[in-house]
Write a protein that binds this ligand. Structure first.
Ligand code: PGA
Length: 256
C-alpha cells in the first residue's frame, strides 16, 4: 500500500490526475473506474486541462462508474450520470458508447446489476479504479456492514450518508435512500486502486482504513488486501494516521 500525504487538495488532485494520465498514455484503450462526489472534482479538472493543453486523448478509453441513485434519471441534476457529464465527460473526447454509469431507473435491478458486471468483464476488467471514501468508511455506496465479497447490487444508504449528501439537494427529503453500487469484490478485482481523501472529516475513516483491522464495518479497509493501492490524502485527512508516510511516490531508482 502506498500512502502519500500531500500539502493540500490541489496537490492531491494533481498527483491523482498524473497517475491516471500516465495510464491513459501507456494504454490508450484502458478501462477507468470512476467516482463522483466532491473529492474527485479537482482530479477531473486537471485531466480536462491535460486534454486541452497536453493532448491527453480519451478517444479509446472506457469508463465504469461506481454507483447511481435509484429513482434519478440521467437528466436529473443530482444524478451521477449528470454529474459525470457536467464535470468530466462533456469536456473530453470520450466516446459516449464507452461510458458506463449504472442506471438509476432500471426496472429490473438484479438482472441489470448482473449485466453491469458482465460488461466490466467483457472489456477485460477495470485497470484503475478511482475511489473516494465516506466519513463512515464506505466505498461506492458499500455502507458499513456490506459484505466484503459483494458484487454490483442495490444498497440502502446509511443515515449518515443521506445526511452527508443532503448538501447537494434542496431538501433532506429529496435525497434518495437507495442506490445501485459496484460491490466490494467488484472494486477489489480492479488491477489498481487509487483512493483519495481530503479534509478533517475524513481523517477517522482514513485512519481506520489504513491502520485499523480489515472489517465490513469499514468497507474501505479492504484496500489492505489489494496488491496495487495508492492512497493520496491531504494533511487534514492524514491527521489521525500514526505512522510516517511520504509526500511523493517512491522514486523508481533508489537513492534518487
Ligand atoms: P465526497 O464523497 O467526495 O463528496 O466526500 C465521497 C464518498 O462518499 O465516497
Amino acid at each position: 500500500m502506498q500512502i502519500i500525504v500531500k500539502e493540500n487538495y490541489d496537490r492531491m488532485s494533481k498527483l491523482a490526475a498524473e497517475m491516471i494520465a500516465d495510464l491513459v498514455r501507456k494504454k490508450p484503450r484502458c478501462v477507468l473506474g470512476l467516482a463522483t462526489g466532491s473529492t474527485p472534482l479537482g482530479t477531473y479538472r486537471e485531466l480536462i486541462r491535460m486534454h486541452h493543453e497536453e493532448e491527453l486523448d480519451f478517444s479509446q478509453v472506457a469508463t465504469f462508474n461506481l454507483d447511481e441513485y435509484i429513482g434519478l434519471p440521467p437528466t436529473h441534476e443530482q444524478s451521477y450520470m449528470y454529474f459525470m457529464c457536467r464535470n468530466f465527460f462533456d469536456h473530453i473526447n470520450i466516446h459516449p458508447a464507452n461510458v458506463h454509469v449504472p442506471s438509476g431507473i432500471t426496472e429490473e435491478v438484479p438482472s441489470y446489476c448482473e449485466w453491469y458486471e458482465k460488461e466490466i468483464k467483457e472489456v477485460g476488467g477495470i485497470d484503475l479504479q478511482l475511489l473516494g471514501i465516506g466519513a463512515n468508511g464506505h466505498i461506492g455506496f458499500n455502507e458499513p456492514g456490506s459484505s466484503l465479497g459483494s458484487r454490483t447490487r442495490l444498497k440502502m444508504l446509511d443515515e449518515k450518508t443521506v445526511k452527508d449528501n443532503a448538501r447537494f439537494f434542496s431538501r433532506l427529503e429529496d435525497v434518495p435512500h437507495f442506490a445501485i453500487t459496484m460491490g466490494i469484490a467488484t472494486i477489489t478485482e480492479t488491477r489498481q486502486l487509487l483512493m483519495q481523501a481530503n479534509g478533517e472529516n475524513k481523517a477517522g475513516a482514513i485512519a481506520r482504513s489504513v491502520e485499523g483491522p480489515i472489517t465490513a464495518m469499514c468497507p474501505a479497509s479492504i484496500v489492505q488486501m489489494h496488491p496495487q493501492v495508492t492512497i493520496i490524502v491531504d494533511r487534514a485527512a492524514a491527521k489521525k494516521l500514526t505512522r510516517r508516510y511520504p509526500s511523493e511516490p517512491p522514486p523508481l531508482t533508489p537513492g534518487k
